[in-house]
Design a protein around this ligand. Structure first.
Ligand SMILES: Nc1ncnc2c1ncn2[C@@H]1O[C@H](COP(=O)(O)OP(=O)(O)OP(=O)(O)O)[C@@H](O)[C@H]1O
Ligand SMILES: [Mg+2]
Length: 232
């Protein structure tokens, strides 16, 4: 469904991502793990057109989207839920959700119903301001807002960052439900343990290059991953 072929990204001439090839099969949940500064966010931003790639090609459902404008990419229902959540603090939950919608009010109301079914907590708090939500609720809102664009494929950047263990678990539960409802997911995570548990296939990025890849269950068992990312 999504193919990255030999993608490189440079900032002021310095390469942050060096010739990375990734493929995500429709209906699967693929994770990209790696330590700070490995280039994970840069890759997601390149896929959604927020940074330019300096080399390589990106294709989504057979269409070349390399360096395409972000609104064109969202229109193909390839949707990015950014690192750091970026909830609008002074807007209500419902207004935050509406901001993610690109369709008519009627369709939007229907999709919002689906988001509330997935996150009942958001419905209970729909008049509450974004800034008054807990970290876990803000993450749910950020995911919910991305879902308002009815993604065929969702890019999730570190949804568990900074959350307490219970909130982390509920975010991962939600990711599994989103997948089971038919959305393809590319998940960037530093929580390698949980990411490998919920995903089908995994890539390990190190200083801008792919270091390992394979079915998640196999990677979780590999000596190298256990030592470097699972602390075992
Ligand atoms: N806008 C930018 N300008 C210059 N350098 C950047 C920019 N964004 C990222 N970089 C650099 O690119 C490299 C990869 O950063 P990136 O944010 O993609 O890593 P990451 O894997 O997402 O890290 P983290 O786990 O900390 O979120 C880093 O060395 C970073 O300093
Ligand atoms: Mg990042």
């Amino acid at each position: 469904m999504l193919e990255l072929d030999n993608v490189s990204i440079a900032y002021n001439g310095v390469k942050a991502v060096k010739g990375v090839s990734i493929s995500v099969v429709e209906g699967s949940l693929v994770t990209l793990i790696g330590s700070n500064g490995a280039g994970k966010t840069s890759l997601l931003r390149a896929i959604s057109g927020l940074v330019k790639v300096s080399g390589g090609e990106i294709t989504f459902k057979g269409t070349r989207i390399t360096n395409e404008r972000p609104n064109k990419i969202v229109a193909q229902r390839l949707v990015h839920c950014p690192e750091g959540r970026h909830v609008f603090p002074r807007l209500s939950v419902e207004e935050n959700l509406r901001a993610g919608s690109h369709v008519s009010r009627k369709t939007s109301a229907q999709v919002m119903g689906e988001v509330y079914a997935l996150f009942p907590r958001l419905e209970e708090r729909r008049r509450q301001l974004g800034q008054s939500l807990s970290g876990g609720e803000q993450q749910m809102l950020a995911i919910g807002r991305a879902l308002m664009a009815q993604p065929r494929m969702l890019l999730l950047d570190e949804p568990s960052l900074g959350l307490a263990p219970l909130a982390v678990q509920s975010v991962f539960d939600a990711i599994e439900r989103i997948k089971s409802l038919g959305t393809t997911v590319l998940l960037v995570e530093q929580n390698a343990h949980l990411a490998l548990k919920v995903s089908d296939y995994a890539y390990v990025l190190e200083r801008g290059s792919l270091r390992l890849q394979g079915p998640s269950a196999e990677l979780a068992d590999s000596e190298e991953v256990r030592k470097a990312y699972l602390g075992i």
